[in-house]
Design a protein around this ligand. Structure first.
Ligand code: FE
Length: 130
């Protein structure tokens, strides 16, 4: 996949301050506050940084965490996983494979069929209904 590279100044112009903090500085939004954690419409979730389709409503589930949660991405190629050793934990960070924007983390306590829980920030996503 061809990468999208932007300077920090370009990202600041494109994103809201909260999006910039989360997408480009690996921030986290407060739980139960984002627009998508309780969002149940059918459609597709895209990277808020570059518009790459990342997750489908068909893979969304209610994790009870207050963050939008999915058991699989639309395509393994569209997300990249990086080891995150911050905050004294070892976690798997989920980023957009095209623009490297931070989406959230993936954990091994999700539901079938994958057993994975992609725990994302609403701010990292845009939604287009079917
Ligand atoms: Fe992206």
């Amino acid at each position: 996949m061809e990468k999208i590279k932007r300077t920090d100044e370009e990202w600041k112009k494109l994103l809201t301050p909260e999006q910039y903090r989360i997408l480009r500085r690996k921030g986290t939004e407060a739980p139960f506050c984002g627009v998508f954690y309780d969002h149940k419409k059918a459609g597709t979730y895209f990277c808020a940084g570059c518009g790459l389709p990342l997750f489908s409503s068909g893979a969304k589930f209610d994790s009870g965490t207050g963050w939008p949660s999915f058991f699989e991405p639309i395509s393994e190629e569209n997300v990249a996983i990086h080891t995150d050793l911050s905050h004294g934990m070892m976690r798997s960070e989920v980023v957009c494979a095209r623009c490297d924007s931070h989406m959230g983390h993936v954990f091994n306590d999700g539901p079938p069929p994958t057993g994975l829980r992609y725990c994302l920030n609403s701010e990292s996503l845009t939604f287009v209904p079917d």
